[in-house]
Design a protein around this ligand. Sequence first.
Ligand code: CUA
Length: 236
Amino acid sequence: MLDWLPENVSTYGSRIDFIFHVIYYLTASVFVLVSATMIYFLIKYRQREGRPATYTHGNATLEWVWTSATTVAMFALAFASKPLWGEIKQQRPPAEVEVRVTGKQFNWQILYPGPDRQFDTADDYQIDNDLHVPVNAVVHVHLNSLDVIHSFFVPQLRLKQDAVPGHNITAWFQATKPGVYEIPCAELCGFGHSGMKGTLYVDTPEEYEAWKLQTWPPAPAAEAAPADSAGAANPL
Ligand code: CUA
């Protein structure tokens, strides 16, 4: 089996890869078969001394056969992939971590709800392009866009979802391996499209705790101050 896909670090990724491979090997086999047959016929029925090239108007029975076979294969693939599609796009497991990701030309704006786990409160923390999540947690990504259509893509998670202005679309994933992964924008969105990418940090529990401590430092005395949007601790 070909092994050129990026490493899969998502709970549902291997099942997507399986369907991908089924479709890939099916279409590749048909392509090879059709090409080989075509070349064979080109040679066999070519013009020769005293004989013109064979000309045919086609064969209705054969056309019925391959049209029906393709239709059956297409429906079979659709029904085979439907449960997985539903699991990824329709029924999400309950969120352990939530984050708002807003596409804008040409960055991913990441909004964390903070320790109170509520969005639009004083302890929210916003930064461009840095997405920290703990390993093995179900993460809900609430996607939106400020301008045009972008597409949130993490190849290693087998996750790709458009971010559409005016729509709140929730994608989810559960990463199984700590590491640093790219979040390229996968929808042509303007001149800066090719440079629009974020970074997904899948942290170990220790790394995640350390990042939280750095992002929301415990207030020394009074009420917790709103997090600095630049992310740097203010020494004053
Ligand atoms: Cu945003 Cu391409």
